[in-house]
Ligand binder design. Structure first.
Ligand SMILES: [Zn+2]
Length: 217
């Protein structure tokens, strides 16, 4: 469990990726637990299985709900790897989950940002642990779900339990609900995301959700 949220959104750059197109790179060394950046965007609700090709950059936040990132937000350039070094944690704060040396690409496991059972991504990330086909969180092997869960947002894990209930995630969820949120995630949530998100009607569909950046194919 990584709890600290330190650091700033500086020290990142966009540069060619060995995995796919352009990627997000660290300019400075980052310690595990440091904040890298915050995902900003607008909330979106849509039924699961609606369209597996919708919004390749959408970030799953809970049951049939996503954030559609703002154009230019670093999340749009953050590629997938089956051996990630970052995760989208509570309050949409992206943190390092391991030490990241300067000059290393910032990588997420997209299974940690998606709950739609219909979603699939073909992966050639080059990691020895490459799963080949990436599916949403509840399809991950148990060992990976256990590794990622302590750093994932509570609402995401609660929705994962609705998709497919597993007792060990309930224990992790219970522990997380009891934790005090860090200052960074509290501040962000109060300001923007959470309040608006709860006000949204279901199945609000926007038309302009195709972004240039696509996941590592
Ligand atoms: Zn892979």
């Amino acid at each position: 469990m990584i709890r600290a949220h330190r650091g700033s959104a500086d020290g990142l750059k966009i540069a060619a990726s060995r995995i796919h197109g352009h990627g997000l790179w660290s300019v400075e060394h980052r310690r595990a637990g440091e904040m890298l950046y915050i995902v900003r965007g607008r909330p979106m609700r849509l039924p699961f299985n609606y369209d597996p090709n919708r919004g390749p950059n959408w970030i799953g936040t809970g049951w049939e709900s996503w954030i559609v990132p703002e154009r230019g937000n670093p999340i749009q350039f953050t590629n997938h790897s089956c051996d990630p070094n970052a995760i989208v944690s509570e309050g949409l704060v992206v943190i390092a989950i391991k030490s990241i040396p300067a000059g290393r690409e910032i990588l997420l496991d997209y299974a940690t940002t998606e709950l739609d059972p219909s979603w699939r991504l073909l992966c050639r990330c080059g990691s020895p642990h490459c799963r080949g086909q990436v599916r949403s969180f509840t399809f991950l092997p148990e060992a990976l779900r256990v590794r990622y869960a302590p750093d994932l947002p509570v609402a995401f894990l609660e929705a994962a339990q609705r998709v497919r209930f597993v007792p060990y995630l309930d224990r992790i969820l219970g522990a997380k609900r009891g934790q005090k949120w860090t200052r960074a995630s509290k501040r962000h949530t109060r300001n923007s995301f959470d309040h608006k998100f709860r006000q949204l009607p279901r199945c609000q569909i926007a038309s302009e959700d195709k972004f240039v950046a696509t996941p590592a194919e």
